[in-house]
Design a protein around this ligand. Structure first.
Ligand SMILES: *[C@@H]1O[C@H](CO)[C@@H](O)[C@H](O)[C@H]1NC(C)=O
Ligand SMILES: *[C@@H]1O[C@H](CO)[C@@H](O)[C@H](O)[C@H]1NC(C)=O
Ligand SMILES: *[C@@H]1O[C@H](CO)[C@@H](O)[C@H](O)[C@H]1NC(C)=O
Ligand SMILES: *[C@@H]1O[C@H](CO)[C@@H](O)[C@H](O)[C@H]1NC(C)=O
Ligand SMILES: *[C@@H]1O[C@H](CO)[C@@H](O)[C@H](O)[C@H]1NC(C)=O
Ligand SMILES: *[C@@H]1O[C@H](CO)[C@@H](O)[C@H](O)[C@H]1NC(C)=O
Ligand SMILES: *[C@@H]1O[C@H](CO)[C@@H](O)[C@H](O)[C@H]1NC(C)=O
Length: 503
């Protein structure tokens, strides 16, 4: 009996002894969790509290285009925003890191891949944000393909040393910003270049005796298979849930020091993702405009009606005010030589010869007589130019990794489990995208209502003018044109099959 007791006691002591470090370990992990929870919640509540109360549907002084990579934002930038705003109204170094430039405190347009935290450098209460969201799985595909496409352009070089030498050459000042300078491409592309060269070197060593699969998304002798790509640390860091992190201001490119701690906590403890989502949803809800890549045509005509119409009236008001006040043009002349960043990544460089997109260059006069109808017309021809030059570029660079080719057919062969994996790696973005779709639907309703109201009002106006015999027939046609045209255009575009622009 006694013996057993001693034995038991000893046993208990041993258990006690052994479990102390475990308890300490567990409690420090718990501390980390608690600490993180505190950090994330504190960030979330202060982010949610610093909202602007004014009517979100009204365009404020500065338009902030939060351009999520691979959502088709380039067409909005080139084919809408640059038709509306003159170069002197664009904030310096859009797309590159914003350097708040005292010479241009009153710029009206900022378009960037930087995250939402940049707003803390802007006059927040005077800023309206716009955004385009894309199905997260499609966005991951597009990111993968674009990384490979751009990296493949460098395969014309004999080796990496030679690539490095070229990349270090000073770029012509006027050529603007290169893809390689812009987050997240400045990380993804060099990484992909190295990978492509390594695979090419390995092939050469083996003397081309490799077996070729026929699936371009899983052709490891030529390029990184998609299933590897999505699991790479760099991709987990900057691609997955990228839209949510960008809107939350928590990308690893954030301007706020505090963001990085929050970000690390959320990556470590995915359960805190819910706080991030809450902030992102709130901000999305407060934006002037939300577009969807998948509903391209509808999104574009809504952009013209919601954003375009307000920019036109805002700029014409401020222009006439200025013209009446004095003929003082000194603000215009402050335009910086490098303020027009060529963020369409088309630079006259040593690697590629690019056909210039004719409609991109423009002058100060562009927005003077703009109407929503003219804007849509300009947009249509601009996008088709842009698409053509893009497709040509893509085809040329994919030749360098032939027989791999990213075709629709090849996509159909991607295993379902891989798609599910991408979905689960992007669960925050999936939820945000669903939310974005509901905002989009509401916005659509509101715009339709506004167009119908405007049309009704104009008809009344025309009728009364007609009765008073002030209206000549030509004036009547002209007036009807404004509202009627945008309505027709809208209906026409909405009904047209939502053809996706491949970006
Ligand atoms: C890389 O290519 C350059 C240019 O052809 C050549 O001069 C150099 O020797 C090459 N370097 C290596 C390590 O092969
Ligand atoms: C690859 O080849 C197999 C057998 O020939 C075929 O069933 C499959 O559809 C092909 N996959 C692609 C992506 O073409
Ligand atoms: C952001 O991510 C890239 C790729 O993982 C990394 O190289 C870079 O150092 C990160 N930047 C910061 C500020 O963490
Ligand atoms: C034009 O503006 C500048 C500064 O904005 C001012 O110094 C100058 O007097 C103005 N000229 C006229 C004619 O108002
Ligand atoms: C741009 O490209 C053209 C033709 O490809 C070439 O003639 C010109 O010298 C290039 N300009 C610069 C600044 O590289
Ligand atoms: C803009 O419209 C005015 C009259 O409304 C006209 O005199 C002027 O020439 C037009 N400007 C342009 C660039 O079309
Ligand atoms: C890739 O596919 C497209 C059509 O999907 C085709 O036009 C193009 O020529 C192909 N490229 C190569 C290098 O096979």
């Amino acid at each position: 009996m006694r013996c057993l007791n001693i034995d038991l006691n000893l046993h208990m002591i041993l258990v006690l002894f052994l479990s102390i470090p475990i308890i300490i370990k567990a409690s420090s992990a718990e501390d980390g969790y608690k600490q993180c929870e505190h950090t994330v919640r504190h960030w979330a509540s202060s982010s949610l509290n610093s909202e602007v109360k004014e009517d979100k549907h009204l365009l404020r002084d500065l338009l902030f285009f939060l351009h999520v990579p691979r959502t088709g934002g380039r067409t909005y930038f080139h084919c809408f925003l640059r038709k509306l705003y003159s170069s002197s109204q664009e904030c310096p170094r859009s797309y590159d890191k914003l350097r708040v430039d005292s010479r241009k405190p009153n710029c009206r347009l900022l378009s960037t891949h930087d995250d939402y935290s940049i707003i803390y450098k802007l006059p927040k209460e005077k800023t309206s944000a716009v955004i385009i969201l894309r199905n997260p799985v499609e966005r991951v595909f597009s990111t993968f393909e674009f990384s490979v496409e751009v990296a493949a352009r460098f395969l014309i070089h004999p080796n990496l040393t030679s690539v490095g030498r070229m990349a270090r050459l000073p770029r012509p000042k006027k050529a603007g910003v290169s893809t390689l300078d812009i987050w997240p491409w400045k990380y993804l592309i060099p990484w992909m270049i190295e990978d492509l060269f390594a695979r090419r070197d390995a092939r050469e060593h083996r003397g081309q005796t490799y077996t070729m699969t026929n699936n371009s998304y899983d052709m490891e002798d030529i390029l990184m298979p998609l299933h590897e790509f999505i699991n790479e640390p760099i991709v987990r860091d900057i691609v997955h849930n990228g839209a949510t992190f960008q809107i939350a201001g928590l990308t690893n490119n954030s301007h706020l020091a505090e963001s990085h701690e929050v970000r690390h906590c959320v990556l470590k403890y995915p359960t805190f993702g819910k706080y991030v989502l809450e902030v992102a949803k709130k901000r999305l809800n407060d934006m002037l405009y939300v577009g969807l890549t998948e509903n391209h045509k509808e999104s574009a005509s809504m952009f013209a009606n919601v954003v375009g119409a307000q920019v036109i009236s805002q700029l014409s008001t401020s222009r006439s005010k200025r013209e009446i006040a004095n003929n003082n043009d000194s603000e215009q002349s402050s335009s910086l030589p490098d303020s027009r960043m060529d963020a369409n990544y088309q630079r006259n460089n040593t690697y590629t010869k690019v056909k210039k997109v004719s409609s991109i260059g423009k002058d100060e006069e562009t927005n003077k007589n703009m109407t929503v109808g003219k804007l849509m017309e300009a947009y249509e021809s601009c996008t088709s130019d842009l698409r053509n030059s893009q497709e040509e570029r893509r085809a040329n660079s994919l030749k360098n990794i032939s027989p791999a080719n990213f075709t629709k057919e090849a996509r159909r062969h991607i295993p379902k489990v891989l798609l599910q994996k991408i979905t689960s790696l992007n669960s925050l973005d999936m939820e945000l995208y669903n939310y974005g779709q509901s905002i989009f639907a509401k916005q659509h309703e509101r715009v339709m209502q506004t167009i119908v109201d405007t049309k009704r009002q104009e008809t009344i106006l025309i009728e009364s003018a007609y009765i008073n015999s002030y209206g000549s027939p030509s004036w009547k046609v002209l007036s009807l044109g404004t509202a009627g045209f945008s309505l027709l255009l809208f209906l026409f575009l909405s009904r047209r099959k939502t053809s996706k622009i491949k970006l």
